[in-house]
Design a protein around this ligand. Structure first.
Ligand SMILES: Cc1cc2nc3c(=O)[nH]c(=O)nc-3n(C[C@H](O)[C@H](O)[C@H](O)COP(=O)(O)OP(=O)(O)OC[C@H]3O[C@@H](n4cnc5c(N)ncnc54)[C@H](O)[C@@H]3O)c2cc1C
Length: 544
């Protein structure tokens, strides 16, 4: 791209991707009014009402208009199965279709990031950024929790006898209840904290873009897929985008910086398409190399989710409440602003537990729902009354990659998380399945258990349970680590602790892809923290 090319418009900052990170960046960078900011989103606007009604995730979470139709590559460790992993593609990104659970992880996670070279990202240093986005609407310890941010975090106002029994059963197994898992000790059980407020989903777009909508220095462009970061030598000068394959290409100038916030799958893809990545791989696809960055796309991780399903007796489940006239009763309750199944998260209750003795650092996150989905997949409720206990190992060791499948910008990339490849992940998944069984058969839950649907009680040995995991493991949609942040002298890192792409001027990545290691929990809250800190780093560097 040379200066002879005409620009369609010029901005100080261009942000690629209006997801959890991009919406926060757009808000913070435009707040002072000093900078012209443009936010580009590949997907359409978020007008569909099912995006905003919490239970609507069942509809939009699988709707190709609002999701990227991703699948993982088949892998021997998971029996050669591709795992469907659709991610959000609209204003708000994955926060428009995700599961609402607000989980920050453990203090040790961020101290570990700093120890791995992410200087400035220790827990004490990132805690103010977690607090900044958050408006905690419950009694809380203000040393940990934020009260003035844009994102309301509420306690679940809906109660169910199976959730209560799950929490009581966990207590009887040494997993205490009643503590705030986002303040200090994570281990415990209870109802999830979530970004549902007054019956509605609060996405990153509704929380952070809506209040900034009237700013004349912020332009938000949906249906704008960025397929090229434009460089002059090693300096980024702008981006090129289009609405659809073959559609007109528009070029935007970024006089200060381009910030890539396209998520852990699309950010490395965009870097690769722009000639930033492993030189050999790019050359093999006929892409001109701007900078040899072997780390781009490497180190991809996800939480592999396992779901245990039990057939229920003596209690109603979502499988019946969400059908026929009962569903209309729930709609009426929701309209009357009363607790309703229309405004709950897919996982209602949680337990964090250790693989070692109770009280040690938690290794597992359990997700409990008083409902079950056909073949263990969200989207279609079982015809029989059921409950589900999903879990994942919090800090898996298996790592994979994202790579271009072709040089065509509209093709999906190759996504290979290598679930269960590492021996310790195999060991811990077996222990997790055993803990799930104990939790589902606690004294408090036993009166409700009619039979175990999956895994069957016949599966007892380590080998049998591992085989079940290989056959049934699926995604928790927590992709991260594919543009890893590392020390300035770490040649395998993609960005430095200021989130600047190595060897390139005017380009940062700020989203889930920069995480140096998996946080112990869902990845949404840590991504928002990254965006808050990224905004501060950018504003500090552009004071003049
Ligand atoms: C179904 C589901 C359930 C989840 N449940 C939870 C949960 O309960 N709690 C939690 O904390 N986390 C959850 N997550 C994970 C969480 O949503 C993600 O970790 C988080 O959204 C990552 O933020 P991000 O900004 O990196 O990416 P995203 O939020 O995915 O945003 C990336 C955005 O960039 C856009 N984009 C991509 N490529 C381009 C391009 N080339 N040009 C322009 N725009 C582009 C995308 O369309 C998207 O809008 C869930 C995710 C999913 C999908």
């Amino acid at each position: 791209m040379g200066p002879e090319h005409a620009w369609d418009a010029a901005f100080d900052f261009v942000i690629v991707g209006a997801g959890m990170a991009g919406c926060i960046l757009a808000n913070r960078l435009s707040a002072s009014g000093r900078f012209q900011v443009c936010l580009l989103e590949a997907g359409p606007p978020d007008h569909n009402p099912y995006i905003h009604i919490p239970a609507g995730f069942i509809k939009v979470g699988y709707d190709p208009r609002y999701t990227w139709p991703f699948k993982t590559e088949p892998d021997a460790a998971t029996m050669g199965r591709p795992v469907v992993a659709q991610l959000g593609r609209t204003l708000g990104g994955s926060s428009a279709v995700n599961g609402f659970n607000y989980v920050r992880g453990q203090a040790q996670d961020y101290d570990d990031w700093a120890a791995r070279g992410a200087v400035g990202w220790s827990y004490a240093e990132v805690l103010p950024y977690f607090k900044r986005s958050e408006r905690r609407l419950a009694l809380c310890d203000v040393n940990y929790r934020g009260l003035e941010g844009e994102l309301p975090i509420t306690d679940c106002d809906w109660r169910h006898p199976l959730c209560d029994a799950f929490i009581a059963g966990a207590a009887s197994l040494g997993i205490p209840s009643g503590k705030d898992y986002n303040a200090g000790q994570q281990e415990g059980a209870g109802y999830y904290q979530r970004w549902i407020h007054q019956g509605w989903r609060v996405s990153a777009a509704t929380a952070f873009l809506r209040p900034a909508k009237g700013r004349r220095n912020l332009r938000v462009i949906p249906r704008a897929q960025v397929n090229q970061i434009l460089l002059e030598g090693t300096r980024v000068v702008g981006v090129a985008y289009a609405a659809e394959p073959g559609g007109p290409v528009r070029r935007l100038q970024a006089s200060r910086e381009v910030i890539v916030a396209a998520g852990a799958i699309n950010s490395p893809k965009l870097l690769n398409l722009s000639g930033l990545g492993d030189a050999q791989q790019l050359q093999d696809l006929g892409i001109a190399v701007h900078q040899h960055l072997p780390g781009v796309g490497q180190g991809l991780q996800d939480h592999m989710m396992l779901r245990s399903i039990v057939r229920v007796q003596n209690a109603p489940t979502l499988n019946t409440t969400a059908r026929g006239w009962r569903l209309w009763g729930q709609v009426a309750r929701w309209l009357a602003k009363k607790p309703s199944i229309l405004a709950i998260s897919p996982s209602v209750a949680y337990a964090f537990s250790s693989a070692q003795a109770p009280g040690a650092r938690a290794d597992f996150q359990f997700h409990f729902s008083p409902g079950s989905y056909a073949a263990g997949i969200a989207g279609q409720l079982d015809a029989f009354p059921g409950m589900t206990l999903g879990f994942y190992q919090l800090r898996p060791q298996s790592k994979g990659h994202v790579r271009l499948a072709s040089a065509h910008a509209w093709d999906s990339p190759v996504i290979q998380p290598h679930y269960l490849q590492h021996e310790s992940d195999q060991r811990l998944v077996v222990e997790g399945l055993r803990q799930a069984r104990r939790l589902l058969h606690s004294a408090a839950l036993t009166p409700y258990v009619a039979s175990d649907e999956a895994p069957s009680t016949q599966l007892q040995s380590d080998e049998e349970l591992l085989q079940f995991a290989r056959e049934r493991g699926s995604t928790a949609w927590h992709f991260m680590g594919s543009c890893r942040m590392g020390a300035v002298d770490d040649a395998t890192a993609v960005v430095d602790p200021q989130l600047r792409v190595r060897g390139i001027t005017g380009l940062r990545v700020a989203d889930a892809s920069v995480m140096p290691a998996m946080p112990s929990g869902n990845t949404g809250a840590p991504t928002m923290m990254i965006a808050e800190k990224a905004a501060d780093l950018l504003l500090a560097d552009h004071q003049n």
